[in-house]
Design a protein around this ligand. Structure first.
Ligand code: SF4
Ligand code: SF4
Length: 175
């Protein structure tokens, strides 16, 4: 049976995370570290220590916004953004789900939006999320404000290469 570390490395399919020597440059640059229960390099350490349940149940993996600042700063090119993605997928597949309230629904609304047009359209994504979560009115005032300031558009952007988008989703479904 594979260890947690082996499984994560296999799914990352890139630089093995044991290359990390815990310099903490990733954590120092991470815009979400302030809100994370375990900072990014600590998650690496926990995987190295085989803390599977603790890692998959942690809210940290759902707070990563995939900005890739960490990999840009890492002297060893450890792809923490990809690692977080892998961990989220493992949490879903093993039935652990997401610790943060409604975050899995947000994740699903985000992916559904990408699947539709290859790009994010904030208003339609938020409507989708609101309907899924039942949290209908909590940020309506902010939404109206953003719309008035021209920060939100009702016109949905669509990539010209929808074939590739469909191929990516299909490939993910099969793996
Ligand atoms: S920057 Fe890279 S080597 Fe340094 S702690 Fe983060 S993952 Fe490890
Ligand atoms: S990709 Fe995630 S872990 Fe890396 S810096 Fe951005 S938010 Fe932090």
């Amino acid at each position: 049976m594979k260890t947690f570390l082996e499984e994560v490395n296999e799914k990352i399919n890139g630089v093995p995370i044991q290359r990390c020597y815990h310099c903490r440059k990733c954590t120092a640059g991470c815009p979400m570290a302030f809100a994370m229960e375990h900072n990014p390099n600590r998650v690496v350490k926990m995987i190295q220590m085989e803390k599977r349940e603790e890692v998959l149940a942690s809210g940290t993996i759902w707070l990563c916004v995939s900005c890739e600042t960490c990999i840009t700063r890492c002297p060893n090119e450890v792809d923490i953004a990809r690692m977080m993605d892998v961990l989220r997928q493992m949490a879903i597949e093993t039935g652990v789900g997401a610790k943060e309230k409604n975050i899995l629904k947000f994740h699903e609304a985000f992916l559904a939006n990408i699947r539709m047009g290859g790009r994010i359209n904030e208003p339609t994504m938020m409507v989708h999320y609101k309907l899924k979560s039942g949290d209908l009115f909590s940020d309506m005032a902010m939404g109206i404000d953003m719309f008035r300031k021209g920060k939100l558009s009702l016109i949905s952007p669509r990539t010209r290469d929808m074939k590739s988008v469909r191929r990516i989703f299909e490939k993910t479904r099969q793996s």
